[in-house]
Each structure stands twice: as structure tokens, then as C-alpha cells.
Write a protein that binds this ligand. Structure first.
Ligand SMILES: [Zn+2]
Length: 274
């Protein structure tokens, strides 16, 4: 009898522990604190009711709407940043990573400037503006669909995408992973860094504008960041419209060598870092 009820207890605890981890992984930032290991007898309250965020305040927003939110310190949790030798270099700010497995620290801030109807890192906004002006002068007008967006808005977009995938029938864990490949959680996007720019032809399907951008972006310090071949490094789905400011030196090297920012950083860390 005693043995049986103990076994039943263990099963119940295991179920609760799995439910709690599930709730954390699906309902919260996946990169927050490590999931709790239920060592103590679990409380009797079942965690199931709070697992999924209620969709009441979900505002239907297009995923590509321009960012207008003012910069603010993020309230979102973030794991401790890993040491980054490249960050110590003078050009370190241009080469900083922000992605699902490398989130920005919770105290990250950046000075922003308005540009082309959006917002961008103030130190790079001039180059973005110059690139858009030169593209236009060449008859290849481009539109900045999104520059900087704050962490909370990023998190909202991520959760919205995750809910959409779940509604389409994807299992929650897979939906979370897939959503992060397209629109990562707050603090994990180059748009939160202020150096990511989604650029599209001003008149829809103008292939010349895209070709101009591909051919000239590096001259202004931009690279196409989420390419097919860099997927293993970036962890992101290929997105031809997502450009990233890395500075003219890095952009030239990355483009000429056909490498990813991660690979470029590795070489730089070896020779220029500590
Ligand atoms: Zn983007």
C-alpha cells in the first residue's frame, strides 16, 4: 500500500514537473532562468491554467510594421552574457551578436536616431540614410520597413508568431523553435540592437532595387545577414530583406570572402581580441 501510494506520488510529481517545465518553455522567454528541477514535493496547485498566455490583448499587427516605440530599458529576463573578446575592440559595437542563442544583456541600451521613417542606431543611421538616398538616385528606391524595435515589441511579435503556428496545428515546443527562427524573442533580435534593417523595394516587386542593394550594400557597411548558407551560424531562417550594419571594413571582408558574421568575428577574435 505504502509502496503503491509512493509510486503514485512519484508519477504525479513527474507529471507536474513536466507541466511546469512545459509552461516555462512555452509561456515565457525560453532563455530565461534554467527550468526548475522539482526536488521538493511539488505544490498541489497544478500549473496548467497559466501555461498559455490569453490571447485577449493580442493586437493584430502586421509583422513588418515600422517601429515607433521609444527606447526603454528592457524588463525582460536575460541570461548572463558570455565573454566576448570582439566586444572589447573599437568596432565591437558594429559586430555585436543578438540572436536566440546569444541574447543582449538586460541592461543593453543604444542611442537611436530617426531615419527614413524608422529608427536606427544613431552611429549608423547616417550610412543607412546615404544608402537609401543613393539607391533612389540610381532609380532603385528602397523602403525601410523596420529598423530598431524595442524588446517588448519583439517579444510580442514572437509570441504572436508562436500562437499562429500553434493555431495551424504545430506542437507548442516546435512552434516556439520555429517562431524564434523568424522573429526571435525580445532581446534576441538584431532589430533590438538597432543595427538590423528590413529593406524592400518601394514599389513592391522591383527586382532592380533588390539587385542594387545586393551589389552596393557593403559600400555602406551593410551585409545581407540571414542567408541560406549562414543558417547554421545564425539559427535564423533565410530572409533576403534583412540587412545588418557591420561597418564598411567588415562588410567588405564578409561580402568578398562569402563568410558569415560569426566566422568573421571568430577570425577577428583570434587576431584582434584578447
Ligand atoms: Zn529583420
Amino acid at each position: 500500500m505504502k509502496r503503491n501510494s509512493r509510486a503514485a506520488n512519484s508519477v504525479a510529481m513527474a507529471v507536474l514537473a513536466v507541466a511546469a517545465v512545459w509552461a516555462l518553455r512555452t509561456g515565457l522567454d525560453r532563455w530565461s532562468a534554467p527550468p526548475p528541477v522539482a526536488k521538493e514535493p511539488a505544490a498541489t496547485a497544478a500549473p496548467t491554467a497559466t501555461a498559455l498566455p490569453a490571447p485577449v490583448q493580442a493586437q493584430p499587427q502586421p509583422a513588418v510594421a515600422a517601429a515607433t516605440a521609444a527606447p526603454s530599458p528592457t524588463p525582460l529576463p536575460s541570461p548572463t552574457a558570455t565573454p566576448d573578446p570582439v566586444a572589447a575592440l573599437p568596432e565591437g559595437w558594429m559586430l555585436r551578436l543578438a540572436k536566440p542563442d546569444c541574447p543582449l544583456p538586460a541592461d543593453f541600451t543604444v542611442e537611436l536616431a530617426p531615419v527614413a521613417g524608422g529608427i536606427f542606431d544613431a552611429r549608423a543611421a547616417g550610412e543607412l540614410e546615404r544608402m537609401l538616398a543613393d539607391a533612389k538616385a540610381a532609380g532603385c528606391e528602397l523602403r525601410l520597413v523596420c529598423g530598431y524595435r524595442d524588446n517588448q515589441r519583439q517579444q510580442n511579435l514572437y509570441e504572436q508568431k508562436k500562437r499562429q503556428l500553434e493555431a495551424e496545428g504545430m506542437a507548442p515546443a516546435r512552434a516556439a523553435a520555429e517562431a524564434a527562427r523568424w522573429t526571435p524573442p525580445g532581446g534576441c533580435s538584431e532589430h533590438n540592437l538597432g543595427l538590423g534593417a528590413d529593406l524592400l523595394p518601394a514599389d513592391g516587386m522591383d527586382a532592380d532595387a533588390l539587385a542594387w542593394l545586393e551589389a552596393h550594400a557593403a559600400e555602406y557597411g551593410f551585409i545581407q545577414r540571414y542567408t541560406e548558407s549562414c543558417q547554421a551560424h545564425t539559427g535564423m531562417a533565410p530572409m533576403s530583406w534583412h540587412y545588418r550594419y557591420v561597418g564598411a571594413t567588415a562588410a567588405a571582408a564578409i561580402t568578398e570572402q562569402g563568410v558569415c558574421l560569426e566566422e568573421y568575428r571568430e577570425d577577428l577574435g583570434q587576431y584582434g581580441g584578447q
